[in-house]
Design a protein around this ligand. Structure first.
Ligand code: UP6
Length: 273
């Protein structure tokens, strides 16, 4: 198993966003990221305020908010300071370098100005990384590549996943890890093969305790499967935490605590066995 401790990795990591995430995980005893995929700002902020103390990271899809304004970003950043969490805008960039640089820096959302971490599909090739790095690196940001997806029938597998790892290796100043379903051992991300100066984070969506999937191709595994059995670093949970009644923030908080506990126990089991 992959036994390196978050705390040790935090001291060694050179990218500021990755370092902050590893430190936050260690400090809060939480490898839980909550994905707040709701369309109203009031729900968005209330959910983040409720789960904030329990998470290492809040994942956003800022473009689904119907009443977005720049003041919302001020409130999100305030909450990230109040509750000590990292922000990850799940933008899934996938265009030519020039376009992604503009999408990342500009428009109404100005993602680079507030999101510590964002992600990109490897499909355009290395230029998607250089385009985003031109904006994000000077700001101390980090990028995740989507090496695999949680969905049924995903095309991100095999050679595509291997190439994503190679692209990351050639750009490891800015690329801090992957959205993936497992630690890709055969590719040198495991404990035996890993170079000492290399540390990629594995953030994993498709996590649920109650159901195995949804009606639109999503597939869920448990925190134990993801963290202990597959060596991932962070569980990303959306509907499993915020559920269907967005007003019941106490129930949302309780579900977040359950995922935090299960994710942390799975990490302890992995690293202490
Ligand atoms: N996400 C996945 N699978 C991927 C990549 N990203 O589910 O391979 C994102 C979705 C959603 C969240 O865009 O925001 O993770 C999962 O939400 P859920 O827990 O409600 O299914």
């Amino acid at each position: 198993p992959y036994t390196l401790a978050y705390a040790d990795r935090a001291t060694r990591h050179k990218n500021p966003a990755a370092k902050l995430l590893l430190e936050t995980i260690h400090r809060k005893r939480s490898n839980l990221a909550v994905s707040v995929d709701v369309t109203q700002s009031s729900d968005f902020l209330a959910i983040i305020d409720a789960v904030g103390p329990l998470v290492c990271l809040i994942k956003t899809h800022i473009d689904i908010l119907e009443d977005f304004d720049s003041n919302l970003i001020n409130k999100l950043v305030e909450l990230s300071k109040k509750h000590d969490f990292v922000i990850f805008e799940d933008r899934k960039f996938a265009d030519i370098g020039n376009t992604v640089a503009l999408q990342y820096s500009s428009g109404v959302h100005k993602i680079a100005s507030w999101s510590h971490i964002t992600n990109a599909h490897p499909v355009p090739g290395p230029s998607v990384i250089s385009g985003l790095a031109a904006v994000g690196l000077p700001l101390g940001r980090g990028l995740l590549l989507l090496a695999e997806m949680s969905t049924k029938g995903t095309l991100a597998r095999g050679e595509y996943t291997d190439d994503a790892v190679r692209m990351a290796r050639s750009n490891s100043e800015f690329v801090i890890g992957f959205i993936a379903q497992r630690r890709m051992d055969g590719l040198g991300l495991g404990p035996s093969e890993a170079k000492l100066d290399e540390d990629f984070l594995i953030l994993t969506p498709g996590v649920g305790l109650e159901v195995k999937g949804d009606a639109m191709g999503q597939q869920y595994r448990t925190p134990d499967e993801v963290i202990r059995q597959n060596g991932c670093d962070v569980i990303i949970v959306g509907r499993g935490v915020y559920g269907t009644n967005l007003k019941d923030v106490e129930a949302i908080r309780q579900r977040a605590e359950r995922y935090r506990q299960e994710g942390w126990d799975a990490y302890l089991k992995r690293t202490q066995s």
